[in-house]
Design a protein around this ligand. Structure first.
Ligand SMILES: [Zn+2]
Length: 509
């Protein structure tokens, strides 16, 4: 990195951080991210963009951080210089010396917004946006085990990518790290050990999908509960009306109690167990979200209350709760359903959450523009919204703009392998309705990312595309996708700012 010599001369000459930042800004050819200039104990650090990747450069071995970082050492102007890869180990050193790069609990922030970043490249763009919306805090690292498996990443790597972005952009307002949709105790433990500050517990495997007319099954499941548990539930709920301080009134007939206990009691007990075993010891720094959204039918507000009432009374510190809403929250496309009915139910869910003092959490929040104004108005900013796949789709838009040939190959591959992807994701998109690629000019390709069928095709095949290998075991797309996005980092940031910015604006954040 010969071109950096001049810059290192300035450090050797004792220029202060502000002057160095100015110089990095004035000379973009250096490839230095101006906001990444930091100092720790006399060692100056900054991030730089090379043709193929980003590096961290540490100049001067005065600070103990210099010795702790791993990298290639050289000497410039009598100063020790270390050029470091953006590894997990080096990110841990950065976290040790720069407190703001650590994720933290967002329990005291009314508004939070999850931006799952499947590639680990989106956070710089997100942070440039969130700097302009200081009322809402981002959850940058937010991946489910399903996503980790499909992308070939792990919790520590995902968090490290967020740390580097926070350091690069010098974002100091605080961010969260969410082990999303976790079902297994071992995964919860791993995420907590890696320093995640939010756990989203997926209770779906403990929820029985029942309809009120399945009386025999309801009776069977209810009778299978321990007698003392049934007695407790009956005493608390049966024939009782709960007048919430937010003005909602909820009544449990004996039948409604039986139905809700048959559907949800195992999930309640699972959440209780997970909280007491894993979250309680760290509840001051970890936000606990209970998700009951991956079910066959929408969550009745009465059921939402049934679950929350028991958890709160048992001392569970719930930070957010994700019910399943009426209508469809499909991946990467707008809300499908009756907006008026959504509003009526959303008001009730919000009244329950406000009564207990937690946030409603909106899952699959990508692109739900039809309901964002309702969510914003009713929640008054007291809400958590999660997006994920839409950030990948913005990456694909960059690929279409910069390397349409690569996009065409990805599109063909996705079409061929769509059935495999449908095992993981439910969509209504129909490949038959997607125009043949050969009929579209490069200039027409961006239109594909405006149409639901092609959006969903690309949305759900991300894992297959990233993992695809040729007959020699070489990646078919992964390396080229990463290179293309590295070379077009600013365009990706611009797209994300605009697209996620539209989410925040419609939500009124
Ligand atoms: Zn969910």
């Amino acid at each position: 990195m010969v071109e950096l010599s001049k810059f290192i001369d300035q450090i050797a000459a004792g220029q202060d951080l502000a002057a160095l930042k100015q110089q990095a800004q004035a000379d973009p050819a250096l490839g230095i991210y101006p906001a990444s200039l930091h100092e720790a104990g006399g060692t100056v650090l900054f991030m730089v963009k090379t043709a193929t990747e980003k590096k961290l450069v540490a100049v001067g071995d005065d600070g103990p951080i210099f010795a702790e970082l791993s990298g290639e050492e050289s000497t410039e102007q009598g100063l020790k210089v270390k050029t470091c890869d953006l590894t997990v180990e080096n990110s841990l050193v950065i976290r040790k010396y720069f407190a703001f790069t650590n994720p933290r609990s967002l329990a005291n922030e009314p508004t939070s917004f999850g931006v799952g970043d499947r590639l680990g490249l989106a956070s710089p763009g997100h942070l440039r946006l969130f700097k302009e919306h200081p009322n809402v805090r981002p959850v940058l690292a937010q991946q489910s085990v399903r996503e980790l498996n499909l992308t070939g990443r792990d919790f520590r790597g995902v968090l490290a990518d967020a740390v580097w972005a926070v350091f690069q952009e010098d974002y100091r307002l605080g961010y969260g790290a969410d082990g999303d949709h976790l079902k297994e105790l071992a995964d919860i433990k791993t995420a907590l050990d890696e320093g995640y500050t939010m756990i989203t517990l997926d209770c779906s495997e403990h929820i029985n999908n029942l309809h009120p007319d399945q009386q025999a099954e309801i009776d069977r499941l209810y009778d299978a509960l321990a007698p003392e548990e049934r007695a407790k539930l009956e005493e608390h709920f049966s024939g009782k009306t709960f007048n919430l301080k937010t003005g909602l009134s909820l009544t449990f007939t004996p039948e409604a109690l039986k139905l809700n206990a048959a559907i949800y009691q195992k999930a309640v007990n699972f959440a209780l167990r997970v909280f007491n075993e894993f979250i309680k010891p760290v509840q001051d720094r970890v936000d606990f979200e209970v998700s009951i959204d991956e079910t066959a039918t929408p969550t009745d507000p009465l059921s939402h209350f049934f679950v929350a009432e028991q958890l709160i009374n048992a001392g569970v510190k719930v930070n957010s709760m994700a019910p399943r809403f009426c209508g469809e929250f499909q991946k990467g496309i707008d809300y499908i359903g009756d907006v008026k009915q959504f509003e009526a139910e959303y008001i009730e869910h919000t009244k329950i959450a406000e009564h207990f003092g937690y946030k409603v959490s909106i899952h699959s929040g990508s692109d739900k523009f039809a309901v964002f104004p309702i969510i914003g108005r009713i929640s008054k900013g007291h809400v958590h919204v999660k997006t994920a796949g839409t950030n990948w789709l913005e990456a694909v838009k960059v690929i279409i703009a910069a390397d349409p040939g690569l996009y065409r190959e990805m599109h063909e591959y996705a079409l061929k392998h769509l059935e495999e992807a449908k095992k993981y994701y439910v969509i209504s998109g129909d490949p038959e309705r997607i125009p043949a690629l050969s009929s579209l000019s490069d200039a027409e390709l961006p239109e594909l990312m405006e149409k639901d069928d092609s959006r969903q095709l690309i949305h759900i095949t991300y894992g297959l595309l990233l993992q695809a290998k040729d007959e020699n075991g070489q990646s078919l797309f992964r390396d080229r996708i990463y290179q293309c996005l590295h070379q077009n980092e600013d365009l990706y940031a611009e797209f994300l700012k605009k697209h996620i910015g539209k989410h925040l604006e419609l939500l009124g954040f």
